[in-house]
Design a protein around this ligand. Structure first.
Ligand code: GLC
Length: 425
């Protein structure tokens, strides 16, 4: 019991920066970036291993493109990055001693992980390393499922690579495992042993749940699905920007800043993080479509930083109601409510029904101005608002409601009953 408590306390301490950070950049970059047909191209097009290997020789990235990613991440209000150091294709982006199939010994001719780590440090971003357990290139990568000797060899190989990543580059903040195919249990992967090694090497590190052990955080993918907060664990939604993780110019359905802001709002409301992906081109440049979106997003976040970053109070769904005009997030033990208004009413007022808490003060965070309001019975009316939505970047305005005590809104489907109840309270 005491041990469990100590484990939780340690996790909460290690994850404090991560919780406050809210927003990170995922970067998928590898040999597949040259083809521009998704990072699963080797598997989906059944490209034979020998043929795929040729891309290791032809990959010639520009010098230090990671500085561009890092600068962009900072501009976008992101606080950390996670790079695919080895994706399912099996190609290592660093100078590994365990395989020649790596960036230093092939086309790029240099250690791309080192350059990445240096760029993160230069731009003051926390450093995450993604590592795919599944490996389509290693001869034991599939065989390990049925052959005991192959499994032992493959686990030893995996542990060697992970050890290199966590030994050669100084402090690493996040280890982000992916796809544990084809071994069906953490025992077969020797995950407990491997992660114990990781923690010995980097005691403050945060590890995700994809080595089949829960470790520090859950990773809902392509959905912003809040996960329960057990044992101090966190959750992080990882999202593509356009449906593909790897560079894919034909994937043109880019998510709008309004969509991304709603993702961020959900993460903020339920104390989770958003890891938004960019897939750089083979030369390392970030597609234009991601660049301009991210810089506008960053300007929005800059104005609304106080709502987004830092410790939040996880919304209890019995405490807030849906509104056609927007949604909530909470801070300060639930005494401060932020209303993210994404449908501007346009009649000079914003009416919020059913608020049971006494409101002391309302501010328009977007404009940095106090807002006049009346609160009578079940109706709170924000008055004197401009007709046009004050946020030119995404049409999302935030109002901050500072309350005496915990914020609570009660509506429900029936008008009459609730109006009566509100009168009594
Ligand atoms: C999936 C995909 C992979 C991607 C990852 C990101 O597991 O297999 O391509 O890297 O999601 O979460």
């Amino acid at each position: 019991m005491a041990r469990k408590q100590a484990e939780i306390a340690d996790r909460l301490r290690r994850m404090r920066w991560w919780r406050d950070a809210r927003f990170g950049m995922f970067v998928h970059w590898g040999l597949y970036s040259q083809m521009g047909r998704h990072e699963w191209v080797m598997n989906r097009e059944r490209i034979p291993r020998r043929e795929y290997e040729r891309y290791a020789a032809t990959w010639k990235p520009q010098p230090r493109p990671m500085r561009q990613w890092a600068r962009l991440a900072r501009q976008a209000g992101m606080k950390y990055m996670v790079l695919t150091t080895k994706h399912h294709e099996g190609f290592c982006l660093w100078d590994s001693q365990a395989t020649d199939y790596n960036a230093a010994r092939c086309g790029p001719g240099r250690d791309l992980v080192r350059e990445y780590v240096e760029a993160c440090r230069e731009f003051d971003l926390k450093i995450g390393l993604y590592y795919s357990l599944m490996d389509w290139h290693h001869p034991d990568g599939a065989r390990c499922a049925a052959d005991v000797a192959a499994r032992r060899r493959f686990c030893a190989y995996t542990q060697t690579l992970v050890r290199e990543l966590l030994t050669n580059y100084g402090r690493i903040d996040i280890l982000w495992y992916d796809v544990p195919w084809p071994l069906k249990t953490p025992a077969l992967w020797e995950s407990a042993k491997m992660n114990a090694m990781v923690r010995r090497l980097q005691p403050h590190i945060i590890i995700n749940n994809r080595s089949q052990l829960p470790e520090d955080f859950d990773t809902p993918e392509e959905q912003v699905a809040p996960q329960p907060a057990q044992d101090g664990r966190g959750w992080e939604a990882c999202m593509t920007y356009n449906g593909s993780w790897g560079y894919m110019p034909s994937a043109i359905d880019w998510r709008s800043n309004r969509e991304v802001l709603e993702m961020l709002r959900t993460c903020t409301a339920y104390d989770g993080n958003l890891l938004l992906n960019v897939g750089p081109k083979a030369d390392g440049t970030v597609p234009e479509e991601a660049r301009w979106r991210l810089s506008a997003l960053g300007r929005w976040i800059d104005t609304h930083a106080e709502a987004l970053y830092g410790p939040v109070t996880r919304v209890d769904t019995t405490q807030v109601e849906w509104m056609p005009t927007g949604s909530w997030s909470l801070k300060d033990a639930g005494c401060t409510a932020y209303f993210w208004c994404r449908h501007w009413p346009g009649n000079g007022e914003l009416v919020l029904g059913g608020i049971r808490s006494k409101i002391r003060h309302i501010a328009n965070v977007t404009r940095g101005l106090p807002v006049a309001f009346t609160q009578s019975g079940a109706r709170t009316v924000l008055t004197g608002l401009p007709r046009r939505c004050p946020d030119p970047l995404a049409g999302v305005t935030i109002f901050k409601l500072v309350c005496d005590g915990k914020f609570r809104q009660v509506l429900g489907p029936g008008c009459v009953v609730l109006r009566d109840r509100a009168r009594r309270s």
